[in-house]
Design a protein around this ligand. Structure first.
Ligand SMILES: *[C@@H]1O[C@H](CO)[C@@H](O)[C@H](O)[C@H]1NC(C)=O
Ligand SMILES: *[C@@H]1O[C@H](CO)[C@@H](O)[C@H](O)[C@H]1NC(C)=O
Ligand SMILES: *[C@@H]1O[C@H](CO)[C@@H](O)[C@H](O)[C@H]1NC(C)=O
Ligand SMILES: *[C@@H]1O[C@H](CO)[C@@H](O)[C@H](O)[C@H]1NC(C)=O
Ligand SMILES: *[C@@H]1O[C@H](CO)[C@@H](O)[C@H](O)[C@H]1NC(C)=O
Length: 461
């Protein structure tokens, strides 16, 4: 009976996690409920004129471009290049108010393109290299649903381009299943990028290193939903990376100590990969890290002390891993922390959080850790935050002392059962009857909810 209830709860948790807006990954949409401070969906998608050109040396905002030199026209050779790319423009592309696909500079006598957005290209279209050669004034290029063939990248374009966004373009994607995967070396040829954003396209690369190793100016990396394989690089091409978003790929191996090279890192998202092992101590040197998601990997071990060194941390997501041991009490000393998600791990013992700490949090998620409990004489007001965690039945040792269950193998599935069994034994016979009654009603409820959720939860690719 007890195992049945547990199983049902597991199924329910799984469904809830799959359906919850925090983890639901729909198409190209960024899957976080909370955006890391350095990125917003518009910036990531870079749609149309909203491309945020990273080093805004000359790049004017579209409004500026329209206000000043409104009468200047586009360089005829660039207009011709746009034409040969199949981009229908009016007689004066730079000044067409309704046109959101391009941004021009303020050049005299002719203006030149700074940013270009192509979408919904013809499948298998050939975008001639000669046209790109004419467009080597471009700093930002954005392809969305553009299943054209990868083109030969002229050196002049590779040199000028600082921002490249590829969404479901050039390679195999959900909407273009017949195309071969996009060669990682093609992306690698844009060696001067400050910002690379690739999503919803299969890439053929042995790893991240093969793609970005030549990009010495890299600051923002977003490669998501791409089946990217391999391990994280043991050395980074640029130490100025402030954003590294690699979620929903097939990365494996450990998180390497080389992460410490990225001293300016503010936002790190490695969620939904196959990363294993313990977190390296070196992560603790990332003083600027505000957003950290390691959700849905196979990371294990205790939550290490290095986490307390991440003094800028606002958002921490360790959910859906194999983290074990107790929750360290140092979290209460992390001044900026607002969001904590540790759902579905193997954490155990008493939740060490005080009321005052909990009241400063925006969100806490601890469900799915069967060995975890909270002390109802300490957590009184904020009970809603410890939803899914049961009340402690007996005294637990202080949070930082090793818990008696730490001796159990982290991967030992019996550990959970042993723990629950102990709880049952501590309860009186009356409590046992109530428990069974509760379990029965829970079972019915769970089955109903599960059925409902299965119907409502859209199947993911
Ligand atoms: C571009 O980024 C800068 C700083 O990162 C920010 O101040 C600015 O508002 C952004 N512009 C747009 C259009 O998002
Ligand atoms: C643009 O051209 C029109 C007529 O050709 C002229 O009246 C106007 O002053 C020009 N504007 C600028 C900013 O040069
Ligand atoms: C991936 O790239 C390798 C070498 O670059 C090539 O041999 C292989 O055929 C490619 N795979 C696919 C599926 O295109
Ligand atoms: C935390 O930072 C301090 C100094 O800021 C350093 O001495 C210590 O080794 C760091 N600990 C970890 C676990 O990174
Ligand atoms: C809860 O906390 C109070 C106060 O620290 C302590 O006296 C009590 O034993 C704790 N209860 C449990 C079940 O750990």
């Amino acid at each position: 009976m007890q195992q049945l209830v547990y199983l049902l709860l597991k199924v329910l948790t799984y469904l809830l996690i799959r359906c919850s807006p925090l983890t639901a990954v729909e198409g190209r949409h960024f899957h976080h409920g909370v955006m890391p401070p350095t990125s917003n969906p518009a910036q990531l998608r870079g749609g149309g004129t909203s491309v945020n050109i990273s080093s805004p040396t000359q790049a004017p905002s579209p409004q500026e471009a329209r206000l000043e030199n409104v009468n200047g026209t586009l360089d005829p050779s660039q207009a011709q290049a746009l034409h040969s790319l199949g981009i229908a423009t009016g007689p004066d592309p730079c000044n067409t108010e309704s046109h959101h696909t391009l941004i021009c500079d303020r050049g005299v006598p002719y203006r030149h393109l700074l940013s270009l957005h192509l979408e919904y290209c013809t499948e298998g279209a050939i975008l001639p290299s000669s046209a790109w050669l004419q467009l080597s004034s471009l700093q930002a290029l954005n392809f969305e649903e553009c299943p054209a063939r990868p083109f030969h990248v002229p050196l002049a374009l590779a040199h000028s381009l600082e921002s490249l966004t590829i969404i479901a373009s050039f390679g195999r994607s959900v909407s273009n299943v017949m195309a071969p995967p996009l060669p990682g070396s093609w992306l690698g040829s844009f060696y001067n990028l400050v910002e690379i954003s690739v999503s919803d396209v299969q890439v053929n690369a042995s790893g991240l290193h093969a793609m970005v190793s030549g990009m010495k100016n890299l600051q923002r990396v977003s490669i998501m939903h791409t089946n990217l394989r391999g391990v994280l690089p043991s050395a980074w091409p640029s130490e100025r990376v402030s954003q590294l978003h690699l979620s929903n790929n097939e990365l494996g191996g450990h998180i390497p100590p080389s992460m410490a090279e990225l001293a300016e890192l503010q936002s790190l998202d490695l969620s939904f990969n196959g990363l294993q092992g313990e977190l390296p101590e070196e992560l603790g040197t990332l003083q600027n890290l505000q957003y950290l998601s390691l959700s849905s990997n196979q990371l294990s071990g205790q939550i290490p002390n290095l986490v307390q060194n991440l003094s800028s941390l606002v958002y921490l997501d360790l959910s859906n891993n194999q983290f074990s041991g107790s929750i360290p009490s140092f979290f209460t000393n992390m001044p900026n922390l607002r969001y904590i998600d540790m759902r579905a791990n193997k954490l155990e013992g008493e939740v060490p959080f005080t009321e005052s700490f909990l009241q400063g949090l925006n969100s806490l998620k601890l469900g799915g850790n069967p060995g975890l409990c909270y002390n109802k004489s300490i957590i009184v007001m904020s009970v809603a935050l410890v939803e899914g965690v049961m009340e402690c039945e007996r005294e637990w040792p202080a949070a930082d002392a090793p818990s008696p269950f730490n001796t159990a193998e982290p991967d030992d599935d019996d550990a959970d059962d042993t723990f629950s069994a102990m709880h049952i034994r501590q309860r009186g016979p009356n409590k046992a009857i109530i428990l069974i009654a509760l379990a029965l009603s829970c079972t019915v409820g769970a089955i109903l909810t599960a059925t409902l959720l299965t119907k409502r939860c859209p199947s993911k690719p």
